[in-house]
Write a protein that binds this ligand. Structure first.
Ligand code: ZN
Ligand code: ZN
Length: 243
């Protein structure tokens, strides 16, 4: 039976070649994982010491509670912790671009598994009350067809048996894509675009917000700020990669 299934998988592979989304090499047998083992091995996992607030890699000699980067000392963000899984090098870039801009929604499982592994190690998940995906404006959602953060947040919530609150935080303005703007313009562009529609749902709660990529952190600052204003106790950010 096993040999038959393997043969079947190989025949399928001839007609519907299964290619790794990163290197585009054809994988040998029909595999459920869209990334080949070699590309996975080449990705730079974030395992080093980091600023406990924004996740910026930092001198590992200090105990975890004292690890705070210069930027977070001067201009503390409204979130309390950031956990990311990948450094944004070439392979991670390809992975996230395929996921976000090329309709490869099936990559959510692979990416969320990396994020969950990091969360499992670094955050006491028993203290988290809910998972909230960073919302997309409905026009952007309509265009893309899916919210990449929602797909990741859904899998993370399931892994840790936590409620997924997707309708608490909404994006009320369709700001220009942050990726098209210079760093200095990003904070201004994103100002006051998020709104908490059910403040009672987040009041006094420990929240985990989920997004695919953190660049300047301006978007996460705004989202966490809105949640804190609505009474959230703590806000941690889980992102797949940090540029
Ligand atoms: Zn590959
Ligand atoms: Zn920091």
């Amino acid at each position: 039976m096993k040999t038959f299934l393997k043969f079947g998988a190989e025949v399928l592979n001839v007609f519907f070649p299964n290619r790794c989304v990163i290197c585009l090499e054809q994988t040998v047998v029909w595999s459920a994982d869209p990334v080949c083992a070699e590309c996975k091995g080449r990705m730079e996992l974030n395992n080093g010491a980091a600023c406990r607030v924004c996740g910026e890699p930092i001198d590992g000699a200090l105990p975890q509670d004292f690890r705070l980067c210069g930027e977070c000392r001067i201009n503390p963000p409204p979130f309390d912790q950031t956990l990311f899984s990948l450094h944004y090098e070439e392979n991670a870039k390809k992975l996230i671009r395929q996921f976000k801009f090329y309709g490869k929604a099936g990559l959510a499982g692979t990416i969320a598994a990396l994020m969950s592994a990091r969360l499992n190690r670094e955050l006491d998940m028993e203290t988290v009350d809910m998972v909230i995906p960073l919302p997309l404006h409905f026009l952007r959602l309509f265009k893309r067809g899916y919210n990449q953060s929602y797909l990741l947040a859904g899998r993370i919530a399931k892994t840790f048996s936590l409620p997924l609150e997707w309708d608490v935080l909404v994006k009320t303005k369709n700001a220009a894509p942050q990726s098209l703007l210079r760093k200095s313009a990003r904070q201004k562009n994103i100002r006051k675009v998020f709104e908490v529609v059910r403040p009672e749902a987040v009041s006094g709660k420990n929240i985990l917000i989920v997004d695919d990529l953190m660049t300047t952190g301006a978007t996460l600052r705004e989202a966490a700020g809105a949640l804190k204003k609505a009474g959230a106790r703590t806000v941690a950010c889980s992102v797949a990669a940090r540029a």
